[in-house]
Design a protein around this ligand. Structure first.
Ligand SMILES: *Cc1c(COP(=O)(O)O)cnc(C)c1O
Length: 359
């Protein structure tokens, strides 16, 4: 009766171990909806990975969470340090951090003035300094880094490294990373640790040889938790099936069936993050005229859904409801039974599953 994420546990766990083994210094990222698995579950699994350091050969001393609001969920299940990816600011959730957890947190600081403020409030605070990258999300410019270096001086401080968040899918990050590392050296900051995202194994290896005095620590979420898609499947339960003739009305909007077929009601709706799919392919007038001529269901306004029956993606009979969706299955196709599970294609980072089964 649920939208369910099914995990082949053995296959998933061996992928996790393999990924950690291949990335010494890895910082697993457990944020947001936990990539579909929840932050709590990922934090527990990160602790399991830390406990398997003998297998992986890699100590796992830190995980990353997205926000200060996620710290509590992770902290009670994972015993190591918690790097917060959202930069510290002198307001809001950062200031509400539970004092008992503060010593386990590593802050991200992205503005020179925040560095001064944070250290005034918490002289013992540990932090990484984020560098501005071509993403232009958060971070310090070269000049900001020099200002931060002046603030910190050469003595002991909570500085744990610098962090850079790089765009996805660029041909190579190496040029940009080299420039950023050179900025770290030029700034005089007393650190040789760099936290990075979205570098390939080959890029990480290249950096290790180019900058042997630096420790490069990859922050990895997607490729760790979701890296072996074959270990994951998503299913929805068929809750009801209604045969309709052409002209029969159904749904919130009382629309009428364009031809004989079945309305199939399945679990999973807007509350789970199930949305309308982008219209199929070519939406030019000419293409639409051709579809109309063929009498396709998309011509009568049915939109592609992420639900599939027997490998065929089905159309929504109307937009998804809060906890359920209505599909239209034209006559000729096999009609699934009530209680049967069908496949769903989702974006894991934007889906709230009713259940996660790790077999
Ligand atoms: C989300 C995030 C990551 C992890 O990204 P994935 O693509 O899931 O590996 C790394 N660094 C930062 C700053 C992030 O926000």
């Amino acid at each position: 009766m649920s939208l369910t994420l099914n995990v082949d546990g053995e296959r998933w766990r061996s992928h996790l171990l393999r990924t950690v083994r291949a990335h010494p210094g890895i910082v697993p990222v457990a944020k947001g909806n936990g990539y579909g698995l929840s932050v709590a579950r990922l934090a527990r699994r990160a602790q399991w990975l830390a406990d398997h350091a003998d297998d992986t050969g890699a100590a796992l001393d830190t995980i990353a969470v997205g926000t200060y609001d996620e710290v509590g969920d992770a902290a009670s299940r994972y015993a190591g340090d918690l790097l917060v990816l959202t930069p510290w600011r002198p307001f809001g959730a950062a200031l509400d951090l539970d004092a008992r957890l503060a010593s386990r947190v590593v802050h991200t600081v992205s503005r020179p003035e925040d560095l001064v403020d944070l250290r005034e409030r918490h002289p013992e605070a540990r932090f990484v300094l984020e560098q501005l990258t071509s993403m232009l999300r958060h971070g310090m410019t070269r000049r900001d880094l020099a200002a931060a270096a002046a603030t910190l001086g050469s003595g002991r401080s909570g500085l744990r490294g610098v962090a850079m968040h790089l765009p996805l899918n660029t041909t190579s990050h190496l040029g940009e990373v080299s420039r950023l590392i050179n900025d770290v050296v030029a700034s005089g900051l007393p650190t040789r640790t760099v936290f990075v995202s979205h570098l390939t194994e080959a890029e990480l290896a290249r950096l290790a040889t180019t900058y042997p005095d630096f420790t490069v620590r990859p922050r990895i979420g997607t490729d760790l938790w979701l890296g072996d898609r074959g270990a994951l499947s998503v299913t929805a339960t068929v809750l009801d099936v209604h045969e309709v003739e052409r002209g029969d009305t159904f749904g919130y909007r009382g629309r009428s069936a364009p031809k004989h077929g079945h309305i199939v009601v399945v679990s999973g709706g807007t509350a789970h993050g199930i949305g309308l799919e982008a219209p199929t392919g070519d939406q030019s007038l000419k293409a639409r005229a051709a579809t109309l001529a063929r009498g396709g269901l998309d011509a009568v306004g049915f939109v592609r859904s992420p639900f599939s029956i027997d490998g065929k993606q089905r159309l929504f009979a109307e937009p998804p409801h809060m906890q359920a969706s209505m599909l239209f299955v034209p006559s000729g196709a096999r009609v699934p039974c009530v209680g049967e599970d069908i496949e769903v294609r989702v974006r894991f980072t934007a889906t709230d599953f009713d259940r996660v089964f790790i077999a």
